[in-house]
Ligand binder design. Structure first.
Ligand code: F6P
Length: 549
């Protein structure tokens, strides 16, 4: 599984892949109108339900044969073995020689997952218990700031996986959060982010969580130092105050100590947790402070249920496997380049942003596990907005544009905030949009409406635009866990088929290194380095000239 030199049949030479290429030529001519007309049960048949999530995948451009071939492809690509390898703690992140065990973060106390001869589950629960104890003390007011006041504000400083999960989860679970406390998230190096986050906060009531797996990330460390200065300014430079107002979440105790945070106030996680898979680790401390330890543990239970479903369910009824395979089908055979994620739930407004990192930092790769270049497309672009706002923005393109964009609609039977007819109207829009995308409006229908001839082409909807609909009863911490894990494992499925490593991110390195080189060039009179091109040099000079350097 982790052998770098293994001689594996390239994906597009596999039997199932070749059969899918032939099959695609037949399917691309079919229309969802015909597929539904020919099979009145399609909308009931092409569905799957597990752990409280209902997936309707009937409005996809597939037949039973497509599914059979995709499942065959999963088998030929060794998906089952790869799933087992991940859950067993094999070092499947081969370019960093690491296990990939976010699933261990939500394993029950009595479970056992061995990494390098050590059962990591007790370590996970020890940190969870430490987080719970701290969170209880802060929420109850027992934990006091330096002047003896209770903590009312929590500011998480982190970026990427150390920010997007916490922000998304805070927004998603706001309904369950402690409203007497304020939660803010600082990620960007742009000074506006920090300034705005703290502008109305009282330092004596503010706790900073510095969240960084490496504790070396430029943005996070710069913001953390700025936070330190902001705090010290309020306490007349008294460094004793740090202990009451700063905690750290990291894998790097040495750097945490160097920053000046007592490692007793550090919440640990491990190198086998990838940044974008870390919201169930101590990186979730702000989430726990917001919703309390009980709700946090309920969220973990939801993750675990989906993990177990992914690990054990037959592929034909396995939600993440089905979603992952459908993404491969569109990306590689239809040549689609995007997936729109459309949650019809205001609390999930940051869910698409969260998924951007999860999906694209994971599978935005062009090198296979054995080092060759892929000869097929990998991750699509994931993007989206909550419904119905998106409808009044970019849905025009989804319905009548020249790109085919598969959509994931996400909706809940019950709203957390019932108000008159709002929820019925919201849900009618979800169902209407997937119906309109799939079936469109024919020339005959447009004509029958009495449309003048010249306007008819503008008013035709071709339809045949695919979508999934994911329905759950109600947005709870448990359901959020299931939803996130659903996408995590869909990403895993895609990566396994594409035979890439979803768990490294070398593509973010170059820009970081170049920025480090350019920083001193923006701050001094020294001529920009010879190594830059004329465009970069000119941009640097222009900035410096405007600053008067
Ligand atoms: O953007 C690259 C990245 O390494 C992400 O993968 C990660 O989530 C983020 O930076 C933050 O890293 P850290 O938690 O180490 O500060």
């Amino acid at each position: 599984m982790t052998n770098r030199t293994e001689n594996i049949l390239p994906l597009n030479e596999r039997n199932a892949w070749k059969a899918l290429a032939v099959h695609y030529e037949q399917v691309r001519r079919l229309h969802l109108r015909t597929l539904f007309a020919d099979d009145p049960q399609r909308g009931e048949r092409m569905t799957a339900e597990a752990v409280g999530l209902y997936l309707d995948y009937s409005k996809n451009l597939i037949t039973d044969e497509t599914l059979k071939l995709l499942l065959q492809l999963a088998k030929e690509c060794g998906l089952r073995q790869r799933i087992d390898a991940m859950f067993c703690g094999e070092k499947i992140n081969i370019t960093e020689n690491r296990a990939v065990l976010h699933v261990a973060l939500r394993a029950p106390r009595e479970a056992s997952v061995i990494v390098d001869g050590v059962n990591v589950v007790p370590l996970v629960h020890a940190v969870l218990d430490k987080m719970a104890d701290f969170s209880d003390r802060v929420r109850s007011g027992e934990w006091k700031g330096h002047t003896g006041k209770r903590i009312r504000n929590v500011v998480n400083i982190g970026i990427g996986g150390s920010d997007l999960g916490p922000v998304m989860a805070y927004e998603a679970l706001k309904y369950y959060s402690e409203r007497a406390m304020t939660f803010r998230f600082v990620s960007n190096i742009d000074s506006t982010d920090f300034t705005e986050a703290v502008h109305d906060l009282d330092p004596t009531e503010t706790l900073f969580i510095v969240s960084s797996k490496t504790f070396t990330t430029l943005e996070t460390m710069t913001n953390a130092h700025t936070a330190r200065e902001w705090l010290l300014a309020a306490f007349g430079g008294d460094t004793q105050s740090i202990a009451k107002h700063f905690v750290a979440v990291s894998t790097n105790a040495a750097e945490v100590a160097k920053f000046g945070i007592d490692t007793a106030q550090m919440f640990e996680f491990w190198d086998w947790v990838g940044g974008r898979y870390s919201m169930t680790s101590a990186i979730g401390l702000s989430t726990m402070l917001a919703i309390g330890q009980v709700n946090f543990r309920i969220m973990l239970r939801g993750f675990h249920q989906m993990d177990e479903h992914f690990r054990t369910a037959p592929f034909e009824s396995n939600l993440p496997v089905l979603m992952g395979l459908l993404t491969v089908w569109y990306t590689d055979f239809f040549g689609t380049q995007a997936v729109a994620v459309l949650p019809y739930e205001q609390y999930l407004k940051r869910f698409p942003a969260y998924l951007q990192q999860l999906t694209m930092e994971s599978n935005g790769k062009q090198t296979t596990l054995n080092g060759s270049r892929v000869s097929y497309n990998t991750s699509p672009i994931y993007w989206g907005e909550p419904g119905t706002n998106g409808q009044h923005s970019f849905y025009q393109l989804l319905h009548q544009g020249t790109s085919l964009i598969p959509c994931d609609f996400i909706a809940f039977i019950e709203t957390l905030n019932p108000l008159g007819r709002h929820h019925d109207i919201l849900l009618s829009n979800v169902f209407a949009q997937s119906e309109a995308l799939a079936f469109g409006k024919t020339i005959e229908q447009v004509k029958a409406e009495g449309t003048p001839d010249w306007l008819i082409p503008h008013r035709i909807f071709e339809g045949n635009r695919p979508s999934n609909t994911i329905l759950a009863q109600r947005l709870t911490p448990e359901v959020l866990g299931k939803l996130v894990a659903l996408y995590e494992h869909s990403v895993f499925t895609q990566g396994a088929i594409w035979r890439i490593n979803p768990f490294d991110q070398w593509g973010v390195e170059l820009g970081k290194v170049l920025a480090q080189r350019i920083i001193p060039e923006l701050e001094s009179k020294v001529e920009p380095a010879l190594g830059h091109d004329s465009s970069t040099n000119q941009l640097i000079r222009r900035y410096r000239n405007s600053k008067g350097i």
